[in-house]
Design a protein. Structure first.
Length: 281
């Protein structure tokens, strides 16, 4: 039997008053109940977006890569994409150079090492262009939006170092900041939601278009839209300045993974390794 409210309450669906005994109680996670008019009970979903101001309505630069695998110390970037709130869009196919490289079969970007070598821009030039563009945006104070930043940014910094180039952290006047990782924001804003936290799952939850999961351009586009909608749906996230948001994520990320050293975020501590360490994935 459905539970009902013993006392008059506010309907969580419409905001109107529900007379005692006339409503439906819906369990909330992690605890508590919401009261609804029977006709206003809805499927669980994200909070609705609002019009408040915040970083999410200003300049944002989203970045993602397609790589040979998930290991930041040895895997190589085969494609990189930048999508900005002002409409700027850049894509690189990257020739990773010689060496015994193989793509992890779990990767869904569809770029083979052979194609990247045949059609890509040499890594040293592509990575330098990527880092210059991102450093300019960081210098202007624009948050760099990266889904799972410790993986993507560590991979980028490792690749830059491997090719003898200055890292992004060295190029930007305030180091690798401000960074905005929608994964950290979503975990903080909605910690008890079940169903997994892949970019694909999270974009689906928030209704963000994401046509080709695994493709760097599609992932960067989805990451940008996801950051914007998170800011619009959670006023508590939108109220931070970009530098304050960066610092909060450091703490939230450390809280979510007790084992991580908060000082390293948004990087994971790794060292580049020689060719001999790069076996098939
Ligand atoms: Zn109602």
């Amino acid at each position: 039997m459905e539970r009902t409210n013993d006392y008059p309450a506010t309907c969580a669906g419409c905001g109107g008053t529900v007379a005692a005994g006339a409503g439906v109680l819906v369990g909330l996670r992690p605890k508590g109940w919401a009261v609804y008019h029977p006709e206003h009970v809805r499927e669980p979903g994200p909070p609705v977006p609002h019009e408040h101001p915040g970083w999410h309505r200003r300049g944002l630069t989203a970045f993602d890569v397609a790589a040979t695998g998930h290991r930041t110390a040895v895997d190589r970037i085969l494609a990189a994409s930048v999508r900005c709130a002002d409409g700027t869009a850049r894509d690189w196919l990257v020739d990773p150079g010689a060496g015994p490289l193989a793509v992890d079969p779990a990767k869904r970007h569809g770029i083979t090492v052979e194609r990247a070598r045949a059609e890509g821009v040499p890594a040293v030039r592509a990575l330098d262009e990527v880092a210059e563009l991102l450093a300019g945006r960081l210098a202007a104070g624009e948050p760099l939006v990266v889904w799972y930043a410790p993986y993507v940014l560590t991979l980028l910094e490792t690749e830059l170092t491997r090719h003898g180039l200055p890292t992004l952290g060295e190029r930007a006047p305030h180091g690798l900041a401000p960074v905005c990782d929608p994964l950290v924001l979503d975990r903080h804003a909605d910690p008890y939601r079940s169903g997994g936290r892949s970019l694909e799952r999270v974009t689906a939850w928030y209704g963000v278009p994401h046509d080709r999961p695994g493709d760097a351009a599609s992932d960067a586009e989805a990451t940008l839209a996801l950051a914007q909608t998170l800011g619009a749906r959670y006023p508590a996230l939108a109220r931070f300045s970009p530098p304050a948001l960066h610092n909060e994520q450091l703490l939230w990320n450390a809280a979510a993974h007790g084992r991580h050293d908060p000082d390293s975020w948004p990087l994971a501590p790794v060292e580049p390794r020689p060719w001999s360490a790069h076996g098939p994935a």
